[in-house]
Design a protein around this ligand. Structure first.
Ligand code: UDP
Ligand code: MG
Length: 241
């Protein structure tokens, strides 16, 4: 199979029909053999019912349902476990990521022999104050801690070689740092492609203010493991033990 498209979703009932149609158009036009794995992360709206209905008309769609909300990282992780494609594309369900980017991301990954090609939302359509400024800060710190030269670590649109998604475990809030997890696992060929970003058409963002706290705590873990992961005795040395 050429492609697995992995999509985490929480309460995205309005977006799903348009998103699935659009992906089908792009994949059919490129003659891909593919599957779309949609992980319902505990939706309380009719997302799962909408998916069931779409599945009756589109055999490429596969659904996984969580009984409660476990978070985007857990949803991606389950999608990665289930994927069969040689290339795995992740994208958000809310139509902020364009399926038109899929063929180019795949081509760049394969032609450039990359482990990951990460999207870069160079022009963003989010609220500037609450998203763009904190995001610039997180990206700058993550870049300096990890030494990976990406502008947009948390972009939902990424392409992975199959061996990468089968070789990493994404948990907690670590979806923001998947390139860092991949680098630790030995996958160092990480490329970047500018991708189109779109305003949210339906529904609302699922990440409120708590994302700053959670994101920051994970940043501390990342920094801790980066600094002391290979030399734990240095940390205990700092503690005087
Ligand atoms: N999402 C999820 N579980 C969560 C939160 C979000 O599966 O606990 C999904 C959401 O439905 C969307 C993607 O993750 O497909 C990105 O979320 P959102 O668009 O709310 O984030 P933003 O674009 O505002 O950063
Ligand atoms: Mg979004």
């Amino acid at each position: 199979m050429d492609l697995s498209i992995v999509i985490p979703l929480l309460n995205e009932e309005e977006s799903l029909p348009e998103l699935c149609d659009w992906i089908k158009r792009v994949c059919d036009a490129n003659n891909f053999s593919y599957e779309v794995i949609l992980i319902d992360d505990g939706s309380t709206d009719d997302s799962w019912e909408v998916l069931q209905k779409l599945r009756t008309e589109n055999p490429h769609l596969k659904g996984i349902k969580f009984q409660r909300n476990y978070g985007k990282s857990a949803a991606l992780n389950e999608g990665f476990r289930a994927a069969h494609g040689d290339v795995i594309i992740t994208m958000d369900a809310d139509l902020q990521d364009s399926p038109d980017e899929i063929p180019e991301l795949r081509k760049m990954l394969l032609d450039g022999h990359y482990d990951i090609v990460s999207g870069w939302k160079k022009v963003r359509y989010d609220n500037t104050v609450t998203k763009n400024i904190p995001s610039k800060f997180f990206n700058a710190v993550t870049r300096s801690v990890s030494n990976i030269k990406l502008h947009d670590f948390n972009c939902g649109l990424k392409a992975y070689h199959k061996k990468v998604v089968k070789g990493i475990e994404v948990y907690g809030e670590m979806h923001r740092y998947i390139p860092v997890l991949a680098k630790w696992a030995g996958f160092k060929r990480i490329g970047e492609k500018v991708v189109e970003h779109r305003a949210r058409k339906y529904g609302v963002t699922k990440f409120g203010w708590e994302r700053f706290v959670n994101g920051f705590l994970d940043l501390l873990s990342i920094q801790f493991i980066s600094r002391f992961g290979k030399k734990p005795m240095h940390f205990f040395g700092l503690l005087g033990m």
